[in-house]
Design a protein around this ligand. Structure first.
Ligand code: AHR
Length: 676
């Protein structure tokens, strides 16, 4: 993700066309001739004519554990393979010193006596002194350590010996100790015990390692070796990376879609996401291989597993923390159709349907109910107020519809108020989409989930997609979308300004049609610069830092300037959706009595626009002007240059009820002004 000054070309058919010409071509398709009596370039807003309400859920986020989004990302655990449950039990670990006999470090498997966490490590000591024998953990992509910050170490162990000492230390890239402490275990016999201690780091280091040294004699069994920074979100021990959550909180998202994405479905049914296995004590959450571990041969991630430290309870809690509606997605009795495509026989679907019913009870049920009681025991007696769930991710075909009908009947019977989100497959058009769209509308689906990973020009050409949708039928959730600078799953895709500005243009169309589109979320959300499988992504991180892409700023600006109602914005009596390379929409915020105008200029030239605001007495003479722009469509943000493309804000003086704007080349502009 480095910033490059190159001219961008996109391939259309066999020709390579400069992006700005291509954007121009896209615009010609929708341009219209001026209507007699109106001045070209003059935009009218009818601020007193409410077209529709914008749902508070309109702009949200979609979290999936891809690109080290959870393990190695937002879940702040620093020890990789803490419970020795990866396929290769010692992955991430190295023995330090020289064991006296073969088998001094032995991976044990307690099999049926602990199916959720069968393995542990048996360490045999022979009167060892400090520094003679130990273990080293490399972290996910090493460990990001901060000077002066407290770190919480914990471990589960059992031993029949007395006074085995465990020394722990953090080591910088050059091998220097940058913090640590020691702790002494007690005789525990057959019983597992947990010990914990804390220490402060003495340096900032992006690529640290963790060592533990054993001192004493006898056998000690160890499991759940864990190290967390203390600056987690809301200072919750064993919690989430606060800098990453802050990036989400700053967006004020209306909802969080979770946990996927393809990981809901799994490669096969045995690897599907099962929410019940993600709650309760972390040592009882059964580890699962992450499908992104092996999905792309060109981006293998052999150390990518799901520990579910960020499980369903933490997810509901996170949504509540940042004021977003939870939107869980559940398996529809089908594995990923790109992978094994296994389907559960319909007469064996009950446990899957029950999982959905139980999840609703877990979120909302009274504490007297079975699952409501579980929620209360985890520390949240009050309801999470779940209002919607999705059945299936990118499922398609009659086999999906057949299973969906069974889910729908059962859920609607018990919880008629819960809105259901249904899949329209992987693409926004084509045979599969048409079939599903038809079937779902026949079923009166509450909300249809559309996904589009397409080139920037598609976003421009389709900015009016929802203008002609049925106003009275199913609502639309644009659950996953992102403009691809190259093509889907290409490693060359970049989060450049060309993709972000195209998304902004498209989003004006979604917003204008907020009576049809009730929710939208970019995908995927997070990526670790050294651990990604899929690009582009909204927010990139390394072990110590995060940065928002230009696409992030587009999403954030739409969300924090959501408003409450759409009002007509017209040029020559038509919505502004590509004429003169401009895309625009207007909303009002009834709570603050403000007018908010969003305008995207996808051309490479300055464009002067006059906006006349009708239907109100007065506009305040001071408006705020936010501009996100770059002269170079290939510009990106990066760890080294995190705010290369970022919004700037200034005051804009208005005269009367007119807003005069010179729109900068390749710019997204927001005007916000009080009305009276
Ligand atoms: O966002 C990445 C993947 O794209 C999601 O898991 C899946 O739903 C889609 O194909």
């Amino acid at each position: 993700m480095h910033s490059m000054k190159v001219s961008v070309s996109l391939i259309t058919g066999s020709r390579s066309v400069p992006l700005h010409l291509l954007l121009g071509a896209a615009i010609c398709i929708v341009s219209s001739s001026p209507v007699i009596g109106q001045h070209p370039g003059v935009i009218t807003i009818k601020a007193n004519e409410i077209k529709t309400t914008i749902q508070p859920t309109m702009w949200g986020v979609f979290f999936e554990d891809i690109n080290m989004g959870a393990d190695g990302g937002i879940y702040a655990e620093l020890i990789k393979n803490r419970s020795f449950e990866f396929n290769k039990p010692m992955m991430g670990w190295k023995v330090l010193g020289k064991p006296v006999t073969e088998g001094d470090f032995l991976v044990m498997n307690r099999q049926s006596t602990n199916t959720a966490n069968p393995r542990f490590l048996r360490v045999s000591l022979h009167n060892n002194t400090k520094g003679s024998i130990g273990l080293s953990n490399e972290g996910f992509r090493k460990m990001g350590i901060k000077n002066n910050l407290g770190y919480d170490f914990s471990l589960m162990y059992r031993t029949s010996s007395a006074n085995i000492k465990i020394h722990i230390e953090l080591i910088d890239e050059k091998g220097k100790n940058i913090g640590g402490t020691s702790i002494t275990t007690e005789k525990s016999g057959e019983k597992w015990k947990k010990i914990a201690t804390s220490f402060k780091a003495s340096a900032t280091e992006p690529a640290a390692k963790f060592n533990t040294w054993f001192e004493g004699d006898g056998i000690i069994d160890i499991d759940m070796v864990s190290l967390f920074p203390q600056d987690t979100w809301k200072n919750r021990p064993g919690g989430m990376r606060s800098d990453m959550i802050q990036m989400l909180a700053d967006m004020k998202p209306g909802f969080i879609r979770f946990p996927g994405g393809c990981i809901v479905e799994g490669f096969d049914l045995s690897q599907r996401y099962q929410w019940k296995k993600t709650i309760g004590p972390i040592e009882e959450r059964q580890l699962l291989i992450n499908r992104w571990n092996f999905e792309f041969a060109h981006r293998p991630a052999p150390d990518y597993f799901q520990t579910f430290g960020l499980g369903f309870f933490e997810y509901f809690q996170l949504a509540e923390d940042i004021g977003a509606e939870p939107l869980p997605i559940l398996n529809a009795g089908m594995a990923c159709q790109f992978n094994s495509a296994e389907a559960v026989p319909v007469n064996q679907l009950d446990p899957f349907v029950q999982d959905a019913l139980d999840l609703i009870e877990f979120a909302n049920g009274d504490t007297a109910t079975k699952w409501g009681k579980v929620r209360a025991s985890l520390g949240h007696p009050s309801s999470f107020n779940l209002k919607m769930i999705g059945i299936g991710n990118e499922n398609w075909g009659p086999q999906y519809i057949e299973r969906l009908k069974i889910f729908t009947k059962a859920i609607k019977e018990k919880y008629p108020q819960i809105k259901l989100i249904n899949s329209s497959g992987t693409d926004p058009n084509g045979e599969r989409f048409d079939y599903l769209n038809g079937e779902l509308r026949k079923m009166n689906a509450d909300i249809i989930d559309e996904h589009y990973y397409r080139r920037p020009e598609w976003f421009l050409q389709n900015a009016s997609r929802y203008d002609d949708y049925d106003r009275n039928g199913s609502k639309i959730f644009a659950g996953e979308y992102a403009a691809q600078s190259d093509k889907t799953v290409s490693v060359k895709n970049k989060n450049n300004w060309a993709t972000a500005i195209a998304e902004a243009a498209f989003m004006t169309g979604m917003e204008r049609n907020a009576d049809v589109v009730c929710m939208a979320s970019y995908a995927p959300l997070f990526a670790h610069v050294e651990g990604w499988q899929w690009t582009p992504d909204l927010i990139w991180v390394d072990n110590l830092q995060t940065f928002g892409t230009p696409n992030y700023y587009v999403q954030k600006l739409f969300s924090i300037n959501r408003g409450t109602n759409v009002v007509p914005l017209l040029e020559n009596n038509k919505p502004v959706s590509g004429q003169d390379s401009v895309y625009a929409n207007a909303v009002i915020d009834k709570n603050t009595n403000e007018l908010i105008v969003k305008i995207v200029n996808v051309s490479g030239k300055v464009q002067s626009k006059e906006i006349l605001v009708e239907g109100i007495k007065k506009l305040n003479e001071n408006a705020s002007l936010t501009v996100l722009k770059s002269d170079d469509l290939d510009e990106v943000n990066s760890i080294a240059n995190p705010t290369n493309v970022k919004p700037t804000e200034q005051n804009l003086k208005l005269k009367g009820k007119k807003i005069s704007l010179p729109l900068a080349p390749y710019s997204f502009t927001i005007v916000r002004v009080k009305m009276s």
